[in-house]
Design a protein around this ligand. Structure first.
Ligand SMILES: NC(=O)c1ccc[n+]([C@@H]2O[C@H](COP(=O)([O-])OP(=O)(O)OC[C@H]3O[C@@H](n4cnc5c(N)ncnc54)[C@H](OP(=O)(O)O)[C@@H]3O)[C@@H](O)[C@H]2O)c1
Length: 268
């Protein structure tokens, strides 16, 4: 079964460019794969330079190479974002190359496993969901925020999920962590808005990444289609396009928002 069969053809060429992003420095956590990697490419196509974060050195190197192959500027910024000391070290590493960042994309995370009865969720799975999705986001914002506040400008984007909006389809720990990301975003937007920094969140529904394909069979993916009013699943480029808008000055009067990039699958 191909992308076209499940309604998601590549939108790479339709990804918009925002001229005001040219020359800006971005850090993208979880930029080594999937949605994050596509967003790194889109940022580079708008002329931003991109510090790409992830944990797996091979995936990180591939994402950096893809940006450079497209004529963009990128460096690898390895760190486990659930470890504050590593995030602080990453910030120093980026600073040594390019100075302070202007754009912070806290995209690292992901769901593992299938939904299960609450009493069966292990302590390890619970902590892992919270660490990799919510705590990692908190550590990233905490670490990079002072530079943005000091200069009185910049934009931050966090990554939620439909699993944090609707109590169905995702493991409870993942859903709770992503709902936490949404509220963390609002708190920071309230705090940082008066100081010139905007903070928004993207909440995707099912997006076709390598991970999604590994976790769901083509038949399972096809069965999901009727739930999407727009008749297809998402692509990483769909999310990247929304991300660029929320980072650019085109959205200069938008903060504290969670944008559902979900093919219309938001009406219960
Ligand atoms: N795909 C979807 O359908 C979908 C839907 C809603 C929300 N999302 C969210 O979108 C984001 C990206 O998802 P994806 O589907 O593109 O996933 P993916 O292909 O599995 O990529 C996940 C990325 O996050 C990184 N990551 C995870 N935990 C990390 C940590 N503790 N420290 C540093 N990096 C970490 C991974 O890096 P390494 O592999 O290098 O460690 C990788 O770059 C996630 O936050 C996910 O929850 C995805």
């Amino acid at each position: 079964m191909t992308n076209a069969d499940i309604g998601a053809t590549s939108r790479a060429h339709a990804t918009p460019r925002f001229e005001d992003l040219a020359g800006r420095t971005a850090v993208v956590t979880g930029g080594s794969r999937g949605i994050g990697a596509a967003t790194c490419l889109a940022l580079a196509r708008s002329g931003a330079r991109v510090a790409i974060n992830g944990r797996d050195p091979d995936a990180l190197a591939a994402s950096v190479a893809a940006v450079r192959a497209a004529g963009g500027e990128a460096i690898a910024a390895p760190a486990d974002c659930a470890d504050l000391a590593q995030v602080e070290r990453m910030r120093r590493h980026i600073g040594e190359h390019w100075g302070a960042v202007d754009l912070v994309l806290a995209f690292a995370g992901g769901g593992t496993g299938r939904p299960m009865p609450l009493q069966d969720i292990s302590e390890q799975d619970w902590r892992s969901s919270l660490d990799n999705n919510l705590t990692s986001t908190f550590f990233t914002l905490k670490t990079f925020l002072p530079d943005l506040l000091a200069r009185g400008r910049g934009a931050i984007l966090t990554m939620a999920s439909a699993g944090g909006r609707v109590a169905a389809g995702a493991p409870a720990g993942y859903g709770a962590a992503k709902a936490g990301v949404i509220m963390l975003t609002r708190h920071l937007a309230q705090e940082a808005g008066p100081r010139g920094v905007r903070v928004n969140c993207i909440s995707p529904s099912a997006v076709l990444t390598e991970r999604t394909r590994a976790n769901l069979s083509p038949e399972q993916l096809a069965r999901m289609l009727p739930g999407f009013p727009l008749g297809r699943l998402g692509t990483p480029e769909d999310i990247a396009a929304a991300a660029l808008f929320l980072l650019s000055d085109a959205s200069s009067w938008i903060t504290g928002v969670t944008l559902d990039v979900a093919g219309g699958r938001i009406m219960l």
